[in-house]
Design a protein around this ligand. Sequence first.
Ligand SMILES: *[C@@H]1O[C@H](CO)[C@@H](O)[C@H](O)[C@H]1NC(C)=O
Ligand SMILES: *[C@@H]1O[C@H](CO)[C@@H](O)[C@H](O)[C@H]1NC(C)=O
Ligand SMILES: *[C@@H]1O[C@H](CO)[C@@H](O)[C@H](O)[C@H]1NC(C)=O
Ligand SMILES: *[C@@H]1O[C@H](CO)[C@@H](O)[C@H](O)[C@H]1NC(C)=O
Ligand SMILES: CC(=O)N[C@H]1CO[C@H](CO)[C@@H](O)[C@@H]1O
Length: 541
Amino acid sequence: MGWWLKGRVWMTMTIISFVQAKDLVFDWRVTYGKLSPVGPPQTVILINGQIPGPEIHSVTNDNLIINVHNDTDEPFLLSWNGVQLRKNSYQDGVYGTSCPIPPGKNYTYALQVKDQIGSFFYFPSLAVHKASGGFGAIRILSRPRIPVPFPEPAGDFTFLIGDWYFDHDHKSLKAILDKGRMVPLPDTVLINGNGVTFNTSFTVYKGKTYRFRISNVGLQHSLNFEILGHTLKLVEVEGTHTVQSMLTSLDIHVGQSYSVLVTMDQTPRNYSIVVSTRFSNKQLFVGSTLHYYNSKGSDFVPRKQPANELDFSIKQARSIRTNLTASGPRPNPQGSYHYGRIKISRTLILENSGTLVNNKQRYAINGVSFVPADTPLKLADYFKIKGVFKVGSIPDKPRIGGIRLDTAVMGAQHKEFIEIVFQNRDNIVQSYHLDGYNFWVVGLNKGTWSHASRQEYNLKDAVSRSTTQVYPQSWTAVYVALDNVGMWNLRSELWARQYLGQQFYLRVYSPIQSLRDEYPLPKNALLCGRASNKKKLNTTH
Ligand SMILES: *[C@@H]1O[C@H](CO)[C@@H](O)[C@H](O)[C@H]1NC(C)=O
Ligand SMILES: *[C@@H]1O[C@H](CO)[C@@H](O)[C@H](O)[C@H]1NC(C)=O
Ligand SMILES: *[C@@H]1O[C@H](CO)[C@@H](O)[C@H](O)[C@H]1NC(C)=O
Ligand SMILES: *[C@@H]1O[C@H](CO)[C@@H](O)[C@H](O)[C@H]1NC(C)=O
Ligand SMILES: CC(=O)N[C@H]1CO[C@H](CO)[C@@H](O)[C@@H]1O
C-alpha cells in the first residue's frame, strides 16, 4: 500500500531494498483487568488481554497499521519509544501531537519503521497509565540482504523490565501527583509483567548462543541485568550495532533498550537471571530462571556486583561504542556519516530542577515546568490556531530563579546540527528521551560541564540512541542532526517528573512546508480542544 509515501520516496526505498515494505496490521483492545503480577490481584491495563501487550516483529521500512480501541473509561494514547517516525510526528501518540482516544473510541496509527533496526517498546503516554501496564516490545529486524554483525542466535528473548507498585494503581498515583505531592518509590520489579521470583523461566540448550533484548519500561529506577555464571556480549543499543564487548552485568536506565548475546557455556543446570535496582535507597530485585535443557539441579553462583556502582556505571557507559564497520539499516558502514566533523550551529544546556510552586511539587527544565495546553500543539500548528503555545517559551540555557509554569516549546530550524548538554545537579540518575531522533552520546562525566569538557568528547564512534542517562551531579552531552521536521517531545523518562513538568517540545520547523519534509495531517486524525471544529485539508488517504 504505502499510501503516505509519494513518488520519489517510494522509488528510492524500492531501489535500495529490492523488497517492498510490508504492511503489518494489528487490532488492539485496551482494557482494565485484574492480574496478580506479584501475588495479590491488582487493577492493570491490558492490551488484547495481556501484559506485556502484543510484541511487534517488523522489518526495516515496514508499515505498522495499529487500530487501538480504547475500552477503558479514560482518554488513552500509545507512544513508540525510539521509533523515529520520519516526517510524521502526528503518529507520535503524545498529548503534544495527538488528541487522546476517547473512552469507547478507536484510532488507527499508521507509522513506518523507516531506516531503523533494533529493539524498542511502546507504552501508554497519558497520565500515569504506564504504572499499570499497557506496554509491549517492538523489534525491527534487518532486511534479508543486509549483513548483521553476528551469527543468527539460536533464540531471541524479550525482557521488558521495570519497577512497579503493588500498593498503588495508575489512578491513585495520579491523584497524589495532582495534589502536588511526590509519589513514593515503587515497591518491586517486574520481568515481562511478572514480579514473582523464579516464576518465569527461559529454556536454553548448552553450547548455543541466545539474544536477550532488554528494555527498561519502568517509572523511576535504573536497573541492573545479570545472568549469574554467564557473561553478556553487548551487540545493540537502540538501533546501533555496538563494538561487541563482554560485560558481567549491564545497567539499563529508564526508557533504554539493549541487546546482548549470551553463550550457554556452563554445566547444564539452572542459573539465576537477576534484575535489581541501582542508585536507590530501595534494594529491589526479581529473579528469573535460566534453565538448561536436560539440566540436573541448580547452581549457586554468587553475584558479581561492583563495590562502587556509580564508577562502574560511568565506566560501562563510556565503553559503549558504535561498531563503525557494521551496517545499520543499510548496507553502508555505520561510520560512513562523520558526525564529529559537522559544525555545531547551536548549544542547548538543559538543567533539571524541582521545587514547590504554589505549594505543589513541580519539576522543570531550565526553570520552566511544562503544562499541557487545551489543544495538541501539533494541531494548533497545523490549523494555525493562535495562543495555544509560544515558540521560545523555554530558554536555551538555565536561568537563575524559581520555576514558572508554561506550555514550553523550543524552536529549531530543520537541518540544524546541535549540541545538547544535560546538566544534572540532583542526587538521582536522570534519563532523557527525545522523540523523532537518535542522538550521539559524545560525552558524560561527573561535575559541571564547561567548554573544556568538549576536549573529552568521543567524536569518532559514540553510540547513536534516543535515551540517555545523566548521573547524579553530572553531565551528559549529545549531538543531534535535526533532520526530522515535526513537534517532538523531549522528556525526563522518570515518569512522575515528566508528569509534573519535566519535559518540553522541540518544534523542528522548515519554512518551505513541503510534503517532502513532512507528511500531512492523517485523514483519520482525531480532533479536540480548539481544533475540534476544524476541517481537515490536504490530508492523506
Ligand atoms: C476505528 O475502527 C474501524 C474498524 O473497526 C475503522 O474502520 C476506523 O477507521 C477506525 N477509526 C479510526 C479513527 O482510526
Ligand atoms: C564489527 O562489525 C564487523 C562487520 O560485521 C564484524 O565483522 C566485527 O566482528 C565487529 N567488531 C566488533 C569488535 O564488534
Ligand atoms: C507462578 O506462575 C504461574 C503461571 O505460570 C501461576 O499460576 C502462579 O500463580 C504463579 N505463582 C505465584 C506465586 O504468583
Ligand atoms: C529448574 O528450572 C525449571 C524451570 O523453571 C524448573 O521446572 C525446575 O524445577 C528447576 N530445577 C531445579 C532443581 O530447581
Ligand atoms: C467504560 C467505558 O467507557 N467503556 C466503553 C469502552 O469502549 C467500548 C467500545 O469500544 C464500549 O462498549 C464501553 O462502554
